[in-house]
Design a protein around this ligand. Structure first.
Ligand SMILES: CC(C)(COP(=O)(O)OP(=O)(O)OC[C@H]1O[C@@H](n2cnc3c(N)ncnc32)[C@H](O)[C@@H]1OP(=O)(O)O)[C@@H](O)C(=O)NCCC(=O)NCCS
Length: 185
């Protein structure tokens, strides 16, 4: 499928592949000490540029990657959410990073639901994980809202081997059961 046709619409969001105009707000997110604390730490703008290119690179080379989230009402870039499977990772991750001005409004939950649906529909995954620092309470709450459980401590590949993380996750069957329940409710 041509990458520029991949687009998901939810009630308040568009999920699409990252584009160059997303970079200013991406760099702002990574300049924010609190927002960047559990995603590798603060970055200078030129460092953020290299990181920004990882997701379009993953889309081009692996055929999937994290989506940019765009607020439909304003056109504002809110963050990135989606599938992510770097070399040596402990599983098939759906990850989430939002700009601080988008926290606390349910945008991450709305996007994560759509992204996990997309990953199970398109990537043939048996399970999904989220690698979360034990102190990152907002991310743990989001994983719980998605129906994932803490499966215990995990290890990221070097050079991240000393970053403590728990692996949260669930099986494809658990996700499908939960979503069938959502649709009946
Ligand atoms: C982790 C992160 C994505 C969570 O974002 P979030 O905005 O808290 O997550 P949600 O989208 O699920 O929003 C839920 C909150 O919005 C509130 N909310 C408001 N309107 C809502 C709506 N329409 N629908 C759902 N929730 C709504 C909920 O009550 C909830 O508040 P609470 O957490 O105080 O209980 C965000 O904190 C972040 O980007 N952190 C920095 C990067 C990071 O650490 N990423 C994770 C690495 S593992």
């Amino acid at each position: 499928m041509p990458l520029d046709t991949i687009r998901i619409e939810t009630e308040r969001l568009v999920l699409r592949i990252p584009q160059i105009q997303d970079f200013d707000r991406f760099a702002e997110l990574f300049a924010d000490e609190e927002a960047a604390r559990y995603i590798g730490g603060q970055l200078l703008r030129a460092e953020a540029w290299r990181k920004f290119l990882q997701q379009p690179g993953a889309w081009a080379v692996q055929g999937f990657g994290m989506f940019s989230l765009i607020e439909r009402a304003s056109g504002r870039w809110l963050g990135e959410v989606g599938p992510w499977q770097p070399e040596g990772w402990p599983g098939n991750e759906v990850g989430w990073i939002l700009h601080r001005d988008a926290w606390g409004r349910g945008f991450a939950s709305e996007a994560a639901t759509a992204a996990i649906d997309w990953a199970f529909e398109n990537l043939g995954w048996d399970s999904v994980i989220h690698c979360i620092a034990p102190q990152n309470t907002p991310s743990q709450r989001l994983a719980q809202r998605m129906g994932s459980r803490n499966q215990g401590p995990g290890k990221l590949p070097p050079p991240h081997q000393d970053a403590p993380i728990d692996v949260w996750g669930q099986s494809r069957e658990e996700w499908m059961r939960r979503r069938a329940g959502d649709r009946q409710a």
